[in-house]
Each structure stands twice: as C-alpha cells, then as structure tokens.
Design a protein around this ligand. Structure first.
Ligand SMILES: [Zn+2]
Ligand SMILES: [Zn+2]
Length: 536
C-alpha cells in the first residue's frame, strides 16, 4: 500500500437512469491511500470461478473487488454521465440493427472490406457512439493520469479497469502478468486483466492496451487538475490513454454483443516499459486459451504525427530491443600513481568508443540498428582511481536476428577490450529482450490499411518509417498475424501535445481518444467478419 497525507473517496453509483460517479475527499489524521469497494456488485457467481488467477492481489486492500467505492483519489469533483452516453452500463446488451445489417450481408463486397453502404453505416454508428462517451473517456484518462504506477505495481490502475468492466457487466479474469524476475525487476505483478465479449466461441480477435507509467517527474504545464499525484512517476508514454480507449471500446462492443459473430478478447497489459508484460501474458495463455486468438491489434498514441491521423506500415514498425549493464573491474589507487593501478575508467571509455564501431563497421549500411551507451558511472574523488566502472545502454535492430548478432558483437568487444587493459568484466542483459513489432504484411495490405483509412480523419492510413522505439505488443505479433497502429496526437494546443514520448512535458491530446476507440472497435468487428467469412 502506498501512503499519502490525504484520504479520498470516489463513489461510483448506479442511479435509476444515470451512471453517477462522484469524487469527494476528506482529510484524515493519518496518511493513507487505499482502494475499497462497497455497494452493489454486478458480477455473477460464474465470474467468481474464473478469478482463480488472483494470486497476488491483497484481499484486505481489494476485498473481492465486488463493490463500488474507490478511495485514494485526489481532488473534489463530481462526474455524471447519462445512461445514453454509456451504452449498457445499467442494462443488458442492446441489439444493434446496423451491425446486424453489416454482418448479414455476406454476399456483397463487405466481406472483402470494401466501402459499401452497410460498411459506411457501421463506421458512422461506431463514430457516433465513440463521440458519445467522450466525457467518460476524458474522466477515465485523467483518473489514470493522476495515479501513474510503475511496471508490475499497477494496483489502482487494475482496480479501476476491473470496476469499469464490472459496471459494464463484462466478465473478466485478473491476476495476469506475474513478475517472473522479482530479483531483477521490483514488484510482484499480477495486475493484468483479460475480458471476452461476444459468443465465447471462435473466431476470436484480441485488442490490447498497456497500463504502466514511467519513473519521470511530470513537468507538463496546464494539467494541474489531474497532474501526477505520485512523485517521480508519470504517464509520459500515453498508456493512460491506451487503457482508457480499450475501456471505451469495451463499452461499445458490449452494447453490440448480441450481434458479434465470435469473440473479442480485451487484454489490459501491465509492465510494457521494459518488464515484458506482454510476454508474461502470452506465456500465461492469453492467446491460446479458448477460443484461441487469430489476430491481435494494438495502438500507441504518437506525438510526431497530427492528431486524428493513423499511421503504420507492413513489416517491421518498431525495433527489437535489448538492454545491457557492463561492470568493469580493475585495481584502484592513487591518481598520482596510475602505474600501480588498473584503471577501469580508461578501460570503460575505450569500450564505449569501440562499441561505436559496431553499427558503422559490422552492420550492412542497408540495415538499421542502434548501440547506445546511456550511463557511465565511476569514481567519486579528484585524486582516486576507482576500483570499478559501470556502463548501461541499449541495442536496437529491426529484426531479432540482427539484434542477437549485435549482442554477440557487443559481448566480444567488451570482453576483448577489457582483456587488453587487464580488467575483469561482467555483462548482464535484461531478462527478456523484445522482438521487433512486425505487422503481418498480408493482414496489413488486405485489411488493416483499409480499416485505419475509414477511421483516420484524413481518410487514409499514413505511411511511416520504422522507428527504433520498442513495444512488447511484439510478443503477440510474433505468434499470430497482427497489426499495431500509431494514433496521431501531435496537434493539441493547450496543453501542447507535440512533446515526445517519455518527455517530462509529454501531454496527451484528449480529442483523439474517441478516434482510438473507433479504431479498436472497427478492427475487431471487421476482423471477426473477415475470419468468419474465411472459415465458410
Ligand atoms: Zn514508453
Ligand atoms: Zn508506450
């Protein structure tokens, strides 16, 4: 449990025709931040059986996650949403005639995703519904932004996701993404959430959002109402927006559930920022459990392209990623008598310079890769040669094969350079390197490109060069044909949303949140339709 000075209270109440969410706070004599749930539960007995994954949740903090009081939320405000703005929040799923029309038409070009009347009706319907939950999307994103949590510690984030799913009457399992390397990465993990909407039968497609924040002190201006309340932690990579958009998609899909031909699996994934949470959930069976997932889709907010545009490409979109730590050990001594020492600083400096030759001399000029040393730590006095020096850095490439060949080269250069200087050296890598995020070329050309064009405000998918950033959606795309999209958000003026990802001034352009919901809903429904047609 995290301790703060203020104790706050959020009440999510179901009124007769309204979804009322009010936040109030009160000062307590003791510091404390906790989550408790009270009131009416919408969960079924059946769902209790599914929740056997809850190995790491502390029931004294989350007493069953049954009920509807979240405390620990900063600020005093009241949020109200009409039932009409949040489909199915108080009732069962509603039939969607436009969707029925769309799926009923298996004889025309709709099956090949061409633009038709039915298809246009569907896109307009989804767009209208996504715009209709804008207030919820903003509320949700700001709630998550105020409570950023680092990888494998997404406690409040997970509880919030579960609460919204409960209120939508969507069954889920929790306890996903257990940290298998607690000796290397802090936190027990187990905060992932998975929900299925639809028939529970094949075909099945997966929509994924990541949940974790970064160890960054937030400097964003103009967001005082919902600035990070967790010192030194910040949603600087937009994952608060990603989680929110998947919750928005959940509400739309639930309202259409009767008409969904197959299953849409929602994957709320912790530990993207280096913890390989995507790999943990893959190992835990998120793709293979019944019904097995055939396609996966994900998105990332992207500040370098205009708001409302959607960018992607066939093949590699984001890089494979490895990180290393090098400990160079020598013999310390007086700075005035270097001949009596084995200087680890000179050795480590030579290593840094020699590593620069890998991309320039060992890699084909036609390939892309990065070897960067980002930390150099040694010594603490003017007149002492230290015993050791520590280097940290990262290796990036657009294929796993290249990444592994670069890693072997790094290893060789580090060991041989250290040997030349008479130092000992230890190299350690992350527990899991990330493979590149590769969009299946056929799925992209025959399907994803078209759907993104329907949603994008400029009515086309924007081609983009691969970037050397990495994403652990790659662990899904490695297994099944998938597409990852970049959702433009770089045109927000107040606050300025053009700052890059992981920047302390990063700001999300909330106006694009409905576009992300639209994108997720459209790819899911249309992919199911495509798969059903292919099977018949
Ligand atoms: Zn990030
Ligand atoms: Zn990210």
């Amino acid at each position: 449990m995290i301790f703060h000075r203020l104790y706050y209270l959020v009440v999510l109440a179901l009124a007769s025709n309204q979804f009322l969410l009010s936040i109030s706070n009160r000062q307590l004599g003791v510091s404390g931040l906790q989550i408790q749930f009270r009131g009416q539960s919408t969960k079924s007995e059946e769902n209790d059986d599914e929740e056997t994954r809850n190995e790491n949740n502390n029931d004294s903090v989350h007493p069953g996650l049954r009920d509807a009081t979240i405390s620990g939320i900063d600020g005093i405000s009241t949020y109200q949403m009409n039932h009409n703005q949040f489909p199915s929040i108080t009732g069962g799923p509603r039939r969607n005639h436009i969707l029925e029309t769309f799926f009923a038409d298996t004889t025309s070009a709709t099956r090949n995703s061409n633009s038709t009347t039915a298809s246009n009706l569907l896109i307009q319907d989804v767009k209208g519904r996504a715009n209709g939950i804008y207030d919820f999307l903003v509320f949700s994103r700001r709630f998550l932004h105020k409570h950023p949590e680092l990888m494998f510690r997404e406690d409040i984030t997970s509880a919030y996701v579960q609460k919204v799913l409960e209120d939508l009457d969507i069954k889920f399992t929790k306890g996903w993404a257990v940290n298998t390397n607690p000796d290397i990465i802090d936190g027990a993990g187990g905060y992932g959430v998975v929900a299925d909407i639809g028939t529970g039968q094949p075909p099945c497609v997966l929509l994924r959002a990541d949940m974790d924040a970064l160890p960054i002190i937030e400097r964003t201006e103009g967001v005082d109402d919902f600035k990070s309340r967790n010192d030194g932690k910040m949603h600087a990579c937009g994952h608060d927006g990603h989680t929110t958009m998947l919750l928005g998609a959940a509400s739309l899909l639930k309202s259409m559930e009767d008409s969904i031909n197959g299953t849409v699996r929602l994957m709320f994934q912790p530990a993207e920022e280096g913890g390989a949470g995507g790999k943990r959930m893959r190992e835990e069976g998120v793709l293979t459990m019944h019904p097995a997932v055939q396609h996966a889709f994900g998105q990332h907010l992207w500040p370098t392209i205009p708001s409302g545009t959607v960018a992607s490409r066939p093949g590699p979109l984001l890089a494979a990623y490895e990180r290393f730590e090098i400990l160079v050990s020598g013999v310390g001594g007086h700075a005035a008598m270097p001949h009596q020492t084995i200087d680890p600083i000179v050795t480590a400096s030579t290593i840094v310079m020699n590593l620069q030759t890998i991309v320039s001399r060992n890699l084909s000029p036609a390939e892309s890769a990065v070897v960067s040393v980002t930390k150099f730590e040694a010594g603490d006095a003017y007149n002492v040669i230290p015993h050791s020096a520590l280097l940290r850095g990262t290796i990036r490439a657009l294929s796993t094969e290249t990444l592994l060949s670069l890693r072997a080269r790094v290893q060789h250069i580090v060991e041989s350079t250290a040997a030349v200087h008479g130092c000992n050296v230890t190299i350690t890598y992350a527990p899991d390197f990330y493979p590149p995020t590769v969009n299946d070329p056929e799925l992209f050309e025959t399907f994803s490109k078209y759907v993104a064009g329907l949603v994008a405000e400029d009515h086309k998918l924007t081609d983009i060069e691969p970037t050397m950033g990495a994403e652990d959606f790659s662990f899904l795309a490695e297994e099944i044909p998938s597409t990852f999209f970049l959702l433009g958000q770089g045109s927000g003026k107040s606050p300025d949303s053009s700052f890059g990802l992981h920047h302390p001034h990063f700001a999300l352009d909330e106006s694009v949140l409905p576009r992300g919901v639209e994108l997720l809903v459209n790819v899911a429904l249309r992919a199911l339709h495509k798969l059903a047609y292919e099977e018949n």
